[in-house]
Write a protein that binds this ligand. Structure first.
Ligand code: ATP
Length: 235
């Protein structure tokens, strides 16, 4: 579904990604592991059309994404839920969710149906619908961020560190929900530092260090890999 070939991304003279090649197949939940600054967000931003790669190729099914505007990438069904949630805090929960539906603004019926699906996934958001998004707890704000991304009707959903800053119990619920979103048919690319929890729900994973992919494997191979355990999971 998604294929990256020999991608380089630079910020001025600093090369943030070097020769990144990876694939995500339709239906998969693929995890991208990496420490702070490894380049995960840069990779997502390149796929989303927010940064132009210096070299390489990004294909989504039969479409070349590099060179496309970010809005056109979303219209293709490739949607990023950004690190740090990036909500509109003064706007209500409902207004935030509906911002995600902008790309399908002419399809009112479809948006209504999609909204019902999102509220079924996050029932608490129905109770909070008219509250300012900024007044919600961290976990609830993350639900709004994921819900807003789902309103764009992604076929590939890219989640950037959704567990960041959340309490352990909330993190567990968040990973359960991500697994559910995937099993309901949305392909997921998940960037995480919370390696153990992410690997448990993943089909496959890549490890990124200093802007390069250094390892790849299925869930069990990654969970059993001593290098991965030492660097990302601990004892
Ligand atoms: P984090 O989880 O901390 O966001 P990350 O794996 O997502 O880490 P990136 O944010 O992609 O990493 O950063 C990769 C590298 O690129 C880092 O060295 C970072 O300092 C650098 N970088 C990121 N954005 C910029 C920018 N706008 N200008 C210059 N350098 C940048």
């Amino acid at each position: 579904m998604l294929q990256l070939n020999h991608l380089d991304v630079c910020y001025g003279s600093f090369k943030a990604l070097t020769d990144v090649s990876m694939t995500v197949d339709s239906g998969e939940l693929v995890v991208l592991l990496g420490a702070n600054g490894a380049g995960k967000t840069t990779l997502f931003n390149a796929i989303s059309g927010l940064i132009r790669p210096a070299a390489g190729d990004i294909r989504f099914e039969d479409t070349q994404l590099n060179g496309m505007k970010a809005s056109a990438v979303v219209a293709q069904g490739v949607v990023q839920c950004a690190e740090g949630r990036k909500l509109f805090p003064q706007m209500t929960v409902m207004q935030n969710l509906m911002m995600g539906a902008f790309v399908h603004r002419r399809d009112r019926q479809g948006n209504k149906q999609r909204l019902n699906e999102v509220l079924a996934l996050f029932p608490i958001l129905e109770d909070k619908a008219q509250q300012p998004a900024g007044s919600l707890s961290g976990g609830q704000q993350q639900m709004v961020a994921i819900g807003r991304a789902l309103m764009s009707r992604p076929r590939l959903l890219m989640l950037d560190e959704p567990s960041l800053g959340l309490a352990p119990l909330v993190v567990r619920q968040m990973f359960d929900t991500i697994k559910k979103i995937n099993s309901l048919g949305t392909t997921v690319l998940l960037a995480e530092q919370n390696a153990f929890a992410a690997l448990k729900i993943a089909h496959r994973a890549y490890v990124m260090e200093n802007g390069r992919l250094v390892m790849e494997g299925d869930r069990d191979a990654m969970l059993g890999n001593e290098q991965v355990r030492k660097a990302y999971i601990g004892a």
